[in-house]
Ligand binder design. Structure first.
Ligand code: MN9
Length: 296
């Protein structure tokens, strides 16, 4: 089986009701909105989608809702990482039963050998190919050295890596080994693509998918000047977003677009209404400039 999973994947913001239950109606509207921009698929229940904080039942409902809403040619990658590995294994089977295209997982807590045995069990059990999640900022001990990541990638049924780091040399080595690499830091998508990444997965893709698609297309055409120009523009937006509590900020922007994702499972919020207003004003100003630049 060789499905083509290359492309641009928003890390789906799990919409919740005011009592913090998964909200399928908003999820359907959100995915329709993202599909209109031409995204290739979505990555659900990861860090951005708060997969680890969602009860298993809600995670399953999220996957079922999106599997049902996505057209045949669009792809669904399901993050199955959980605090108990048995839960991750069950979620992997569930994702396969519902027509997802790949699974992914953050590494478990522990050293490189714990991580290696976890991924080898998960990859063996999973009916779907596995995308390893390399994110040294939040899992600094998972891979003691680059070779450990390469060893995990060489396991059977490991298709690729969600690569959230700025070590582009390592990224390129993974590509050279035939791995599908998704760039993970939105602020460096163009750089990741230049070094061989075949797509990107990102949280800020939710609020400006069209710009990331333009970067992807420019890169595919070898128009690196254009890719860099767009990246520099998009980074002004990211810089603005990172001044605020990040996930609440993304949700405030979606709400402004008419897509109310509700509260976060974590309970994190913007500090005040004034801060929300300030964020929305700054976002508006900085994206207006970007929009005029990104018209291809
Ligand atoms: O890996 C995302 N990471 C998290 C993907 O959500 C924790 C990125 O999209 C970053 O949020 C983004 C901002 O730093 O690049």
């Amino acid at each position: 089986m060789n499905i083509d999973l290359r492309g641009i994947y928003p890390a789906f913001l799990t919409p919740l009701t005011s009592d913090r239950k998964f909200n399928p109606a908003v999820a359907e509207r959100m995915i329709d909105h993202l599909l209109q921009s031409g995204i290739h698929g979505t990555y659900v229940a990861g860090t951005t989608g708060e997969g680890l904080l969602l009860p298993a039942e809600e995670r399953r409902l999220l996957v079922e809702t999106l599997a049902h809403s996505l057209p045949k040619d669009k792809k669904l990658i399901v993050h199955v990482g959980a605090s108990q590995k048995q839960d991750a294994f069950k979620l992997a089977e569930h994702a396969a039963r519902h027509g997802a295209h790949a699974i992914s997982s953050l590494p478990p807590k522990g050293d490189s050998s714990t991580v290696m045995s976890y991924y080898s069990e998960l990859a063996a059990i999973s009916p779907l190919p596995l995308i390893v999640y390399y994110f040294p900022k939040i899992a600094p001990h998972a891979f003691a050295e680059p070779e450990k990541l390469i060893d995990v990638c060489d396991l059977p049924n490991v298709l690729g890596v969600k690569f959230t780091d700025f070590n582009f040399y390592l990224l390129q080595r993974l590509v050279k080994r035939g791995k599908l690499v998704f760039n993970g830091y939105d602020e460096a998508l163009a750089a990741g693509l230049l070094m061989g990444a075949q797509g990107g997965i990102g949280s800020t893709y939710n609020v400006m998918p069209e710009v990331y698609l333009s970067i992807y297309r420019a890169a595919a055409q070898g128009d690196w000047n254009q890719a860099r120009r767009l990246q520099i523009g998009v980074n002004d937006v990211i810089e603005t977003l990172l001044k605020y509590p990040f996930f609440p900020a993304l949700r405030a922007i979606m709400q402004k677009k008419g897509l109310d994702c509700g509260p976060l499972m974590s309970g994190e919020q913007l500090p005040s209404d004034a801060s929300r207003q300030q964020l929305l004003t700054e976002f508006e100003q900085v994206t207006q400039r970007l929009q005029s630049e990104s018209r291809d």
